[in-house]
Design a protein around this ligand. Structure first.
Ligand SMILES: [Zn+2]
Ligand SMILES: [Zn+2]
Length: 324
């Protein structure tokens, strides 16, 4: 039996943080109590069970942190992207824990993917080593700029931990933090990169900020589309899918993101076992996200002729833990 790999989503929102206000929380409580009308709960466990069964739009919140995903199971910390979710990840670690190594894999350097780093507590602990990996040139400059004195009081070089930048090349296998890691270039303004992590015969793919066009003449429909191979047999695919089909094709064409039909299509063709839709649109409410998840699950049923296809689909939320 191989040890399971745990994937924890610390930030799942695209582009900009999207916290909810007191009014929305109040509405959720009113709706939850409304749905409990006429029921009697003897114990706290019964209440917890009832809340567990509510849709996220009533009993939860998809979250407001920008992208940050932790992949556990290797010898050291492995993180994808440094959005605001990395702040919560940093605070989850034992205070004063020094001498740790963190491997942070960057999809690209749009602000939503780096903005949490100045608030990453382990970066202030001398003795920690933080290695930041990416494929773009100018990685260090992007991190330095956001901590220049006009924007932030502590320069990158004064944080305390040793911060190193490592430039990778796509298509090559690297052995980092206990995983075999490979990258692929993705369609996005300024291009982005997806990562495939393998260990003990399991594969996790982190592929955000990527536009897969699904029109009839598009390359994504070809068997030779390189992402089919890159996603092949993945135990978990984390896939940028903030839109529905018409948004992707009409309003958001060339914005650099994909829709749930592309997520499902590519997952089915690549024999992915579990799909997590990711990088939620910051203007979408929890109701809208519940609907997108339902639509994606229904699309899978139609696409596979109601044959009970085993692909499991979720919409990632801050705090979700997936074990593969
Ligand atoms: Zn993004
Ligand atoms: Zn981006």
């Amino acid at each position: 039996m191989t040890k399971p790999i745990q994937v924890r989503f610390w930030g799942t929102r695209g582009s900009t943080p999207a916290p909810i206000g007191a009014g929305t929380i109040r509405e959720k409580i009113i709706r939850a109590i409304g749905q409990a009308r006429g029921r009697a709960f003897e114990t706290d466990e019964e209440i917890a069970q009832f809340v567990e069964g509510l849709p996220m739009s009533v009993g939860g919140y998809y979250g407001g942190n920008t992208p940050c995903v932790e992949i556990k199971g290797g010898e050291e910390y492995v993180i994808c992207d440094a959005g605001t979710g990395i702040r919560d990840f940093g605070h989850s670690l034992a205070p004063g824990a020094e001498g740790s190594t963190f491997h942070i894999f960057m999809s690209h350097f749009h602000w939503g993917h780096i903005q949490g780093f100045p608030f990453f507590a382990p970066a202030y602990a001398p003795g920690n080593l933080i290695r930041i990996y990416g494929f773009h040139g100018g990685m260090e400059r992007a991190f330095e700029h956001q901590q220049a004195c006009a924007h932030f009081p502590v320069p990158l070089q004064s944080m305390g931990a040793k911060v190193q930048f490592v430039r990778l090349k796509p298509g090559r296998d690297y052995h980092i933090g206990g995983f075999t890691v490979r990258g692929i270039e993705q369609r996005h303004p300024g291009v982005s990169y997806g990562y495939r992590f393998e260990r003990d015969g399991k594969a996790i793919v982190y592929s955000t900020d990527a536009e897969h066009k699904t029109s009839y003449e598009s390359a994504a429909r070809e068997d030779s589309y390189p992402f089919i191979d890159f996603f092949r047999d993945a135990d978990l695919l984390i896939f940028d899918a903030p839109y529905d089909w018409s948004e992707a094709v009409l309003a958001k064409d060339d914005h650099g993101h994909s829709d749930y039909t592309a997520a499902v299509e590519l997952s089915v063709r690549a024999n992915v076992k579990r799909l997590c839709m990711f990088h939620s649109e910051p203007t979408h409410t929890d109701e809208r996200l519940d609907m997108l998840l339902d639509d994606a699950r229904n699309y899978l049923k139609i696409r596979t002729n109601h044959t009970g296809h085993p692909l499991k689909i979720d919409l990632a939320y801050d705090g979700l833990v997936v074990e593969v």
